[in-house]
Design a protein. Structure first.
Length: 150
């Protein structure tokens, strides 16, 4: 949580998030991506495969990175990735992303993923958060400068 507040959920999982009865989708920004996982996206345990979520997070993170860089970017690092809750087939996953740090040629993007449960659309849970670093590149795939954060 960015505000420094900590909540424990009613089910005792102690993941520092409000329980789903308290959580809503962020209303101060729009998602950069919304996706519904399908049966082909599950693992052997029946949950959505973590690799599928990671791929969607990378796509979501690339949106503000490419906008900020005003051109082509490449993923260079996954700085952190935290799976907070499982995702089920049919959940509506909303991906929120913003550039939070800029270097000379690189940008770090913070991505948060919320799921609206398929059978209970008013139930919202934060399922994933990650920091990913992208580098702006030119037509020869060489790093190029990016503008500073405003």
């Amino acid at each position: 949580m960015t505000t420094g507040e900590q909540h424990s959920s009613k089910n005792g999982d102690n993941r520092n998030e409000p329980d789903s009865s308290e959580l809503t989708l962020p209303n101060d920004r729009a998602p950069v991506l919304r996706v519904i996982p399908m049966p082909r996206d599950i693992n052997v345990a029946g949950d959505v495969f973590g690799g599928w979520i990671m791929a969607q997070v990378d796509l979501a993170g690339s949106v503000p990175a490419a906008e900020h860089a005003q051109g082509r970017i490449v993923t260079v690092a996954v700085n952190s990735f935290l799976f907070k809750q499982p995702v089920a087939v049919g959940d509506l996953c909303s991906f929120y992303a913003k550039v939070d740090k800029v270097g000379r040629t690189s940008m770090r993007v913070f991505v948060e993923v919320y799921a609206q449960r398929r059978l209970k659309p008013k139930e919202v849970v934060k399922v994933t958060e990650a920091y990913i670093t992208y580098v702006a590149v030119d037509e020869h795939r060489k790093p190029r400068p990016v503008p500073p954060l405003e």
